[in-house]
Design a protein around this ligand. Sequence first.
Ligand code: CA
Ligand code: CA
Length: 256
Amino acid sequence: MTPVSRLLTIAGLLTLMVAAPVAGVAAPILLHQYRLNSSLADDLGGDSLTAHGGRSLYYGYSFDPNQGLSLSNSGISDDWSIAIDFLFHDPTHGGVGWSKILDTQDLSSDWGIYTGWDGELEVYADPNHSGSPVTLRPMTLSTLVITRNSSTNYVKAYLDGELQNSALDTNGGLISSGPLHFFMDDLLTLATLNEATSGYVDSIRIWNGVLSGQDIAQLEELDPPQIPEPASLLLVGSGLAAAGARRLRTSRRTGA
Ligand SMILES: [Ca+2]
Ligand SMILES: [Ca+2]
């Protein structure tokens, strides 16, 4: 067994642990897992992410507008799930525009997943879109999971395990053409708008199928809160602030 095939086997086992099949849809396989801890490498041996000007920190990746991450060959197409543990410094983008979280068409179209003017989560599918009833908190890590199901054409958005909103992607604007971009806008199609903002991403996971709501509710954060060794403090930078923000979120969820 080659190292690559062994890794794929590990990926298959991980899938069995977290993902049950949605009716009529093959069980999703975890294709890529990025912890982003001082590295852009894939835990499962796939392609590394490419950075576009941000900073790789001890616990994650910090970015200014349009300094996000990309993956040239994601291996997904019309059925997929993507989990992103991230924060925006200001999810409202100062009230002046949307901010793109996920682009599936090599920055060639406006379709994608965004935060909107009020900091809500926007599923901008083709030709429908919907905004979430809740808004993202500034400087607070959230676990966002997006799924696309080719049997229904629905794209669904879950925040911290709960379904928030969905939209019908009838014309396939959120089908992946291969490359994925995170936190980068399709500037070519909206040259007068800069639909991107600054933030921090803790981890990214990509499946080639549709996770169920039950799977997503049970999904654990990939990197639990960590306290750095004193010698590492200088390397942590804004990653430490992000860890603090995560603890705030945990407190809020438990009511503590
Ligand atoms: Ca755009
Ligand atoms: Ca991380």
